[in-house]
Write a protein that binds this ligand. Structure first.
Ligand SMILES: *Cc1c(COP(=O)(O)O)cnc(C)c1O
Length: 406
């Protein structure tokens, strides 16, 4: 596509922010649990949770206490020093998962960046430096660094940023034969979200994930899971891959890990991380005491059978009720997808308009690819709040139907 012509004196946006978001004027002042309040006291039910971030609700007292206590003591030291809270959170994460080691980041995309580097370095250290290809899938989203956009292959996120980077291969989602054919002597790893988030809440069947694991084992390549959105309780298991009963070699997490404080992590087996040595990677802020204090408090809450049961119960109720809406509004609701409290509703009417209808009913929901909207509420959403969300979704369906041309 030809480059767009830029006028000599481009207009300056009134908010002085780079124009990369289409924002609504809605601004919030405070939150509590699953509720957000505007400056004039208007309450919204939050069923997007900052894109699956505020999993424990807004202003969660335990997270507030952990952050405040740490803020009064020590915010930051360099990673050349021992950060005891980092060791502590790494132990919590490795005790709870397949992983042996952790690298802490400030975001999901940095966790993906570390995952890709770790996979390539693994093969390099084994004497197979030609194994650089990361196989990704249509409709995936892995963040916005150059490696992450190249891994997802989404044209809209790549255009204008130079030639595609070598070492990234994209395949159709769920085409096992295409995948088998694509694995070769330059393949390093397969990178996949067990439940796609931004791409439209598509859940990978458990049998597919098991087949991926087997393919990786046979080919001697690594399986990288992106659980930045679907991990940490969202699907009703601590990690989504647990449903399939298989384990990855490397996994990226973030979003719910800090409950709103920026923190991510790249988890790996000792074997997969065997190429990562002193100087291979680093981060100024990654794993600093503030982030670790919040991460520890969040993990203590998220890694709880009672919370995971609650997620399954509330998700079951929501999906059953949304099925009801689909039956009553077949002209609006096309399909229901996802897993647990990562619920996608594919629409016949424009999803951006539907999000506004929901906001008009004081309900916040997220958008998604393939003309979906997503429900990503705090995992602590109560059944009463879930009922309220359904009433508001019904109002949004009515408003969407009213706009369908006769
Ligand atoms: C949000 C997200 C990312 C990127 O996380 P950031 O913190 O925005 O960098 C990566 N992968 C998935 C699946 C995500 O949902």
């Amino acid at each position: 596509m030809a480059a767009k012509s830029v006028s000599e004196t481009p207009s300056v946006p009134s908010d002085h922010l780079m124009s990369v978001y289409s924002r609504t004027p809605l601004a919030f002042e405070r939150g509590e649990g699953s509720r957000l309040y505007t400056t004039d006291g208007e309450a919204y039910l939050d069923a997007m949770a900052g894109i699956a971030v505020n999993a424990l609700g807004h202003a969660n007292p335990k997270l507030v206490a952990a952050l405040s206590a740490q803020a009064a003591k020590l915010w930051h030291v360099s990673n050349i020093f021992t950060i005891p809270q980092q060791t502590e959170l790494a132990k919590v994460l490795t005790d709870a998962t397949f992983a042996d080691v952790v690298f802490f980041t400030n975001s999901g995309t940095e966790a993906i960046e570390c995952a890709i580097k770790t996979a390539r370095k693994y093969h390099w250290a084994k004497g197979e430096p030609e194994r650089i290809d990361i196989i990704g899938f249509d409709g995936s989203f892995h963040g916005r660094t150059m490696a992450a956009v190249n891994a997802s292959g989404n044209k809209a996120y790549l255009e204008g940023f130079g030639p595609p980077m070598p070492g990234f291969v994209q395949l159709p989602y769920g085409d096992h034969e295409a995948l088998k054919a694509a694995i070769g002597p330059t393949t390093a790893a397969i990178l996949i979200e067990p439940v796609q988030g931004e791409g439209g809440a598509r859940s990978l069947p458990d049998s597919c994930l098991r087949a991926l694991r087997q393919l990786c084992d046979e080919a001697g390549i690594l399986l990288i899971l992106d659980e930045v959105q679907c991990g940490l309780g969202r699907t009703g298991k601590l990690f989504a891959h647990e449903w399939a009963g298989v384990e990855p070699d490397i996994m990226a997490v973030a979003k719910a890990l800090g409950g709103g404080f920026p923190v991510g992590a790249c988890l790996a087996t000792a074997k997969a991380a065997s190429g990562m040595s002193v100087g291979s990677h680093g981060s100024t802020y990654g794993g600093n005491p503030l982030a670790m204090a919040v991460g520890l408090a969040a993990m203590a809450e998220l890694n709880s059978p009672a919370l995971l049961d609650h997620v399954s119960k509330v998700a079951g109720y929501l999906v059953q009720q949304i099925e009801g809406l689909k039956a009553r509004f077949p002209d609006v609701v096309a399909d229901i997808r996802g897993r647990g409290l990562l619920i996608g509703i594919k629409l016949h009417t424009p999803n951006r308009e539907f999000m506004q209808h929901a906001r008009d009913a004081r309900l916040l929901i997220a958008g998604g690819g393939d003309n979906c909207v997503r429900l990503l509420p705090p995992l602590v959403l109560t059944l009463d709040e879930a009922r309220e969300a359904i009433e508001k979704l019904e109002q949004a369906c009515l408003a969407a139907r009213a706009k369908i041309p006769a």
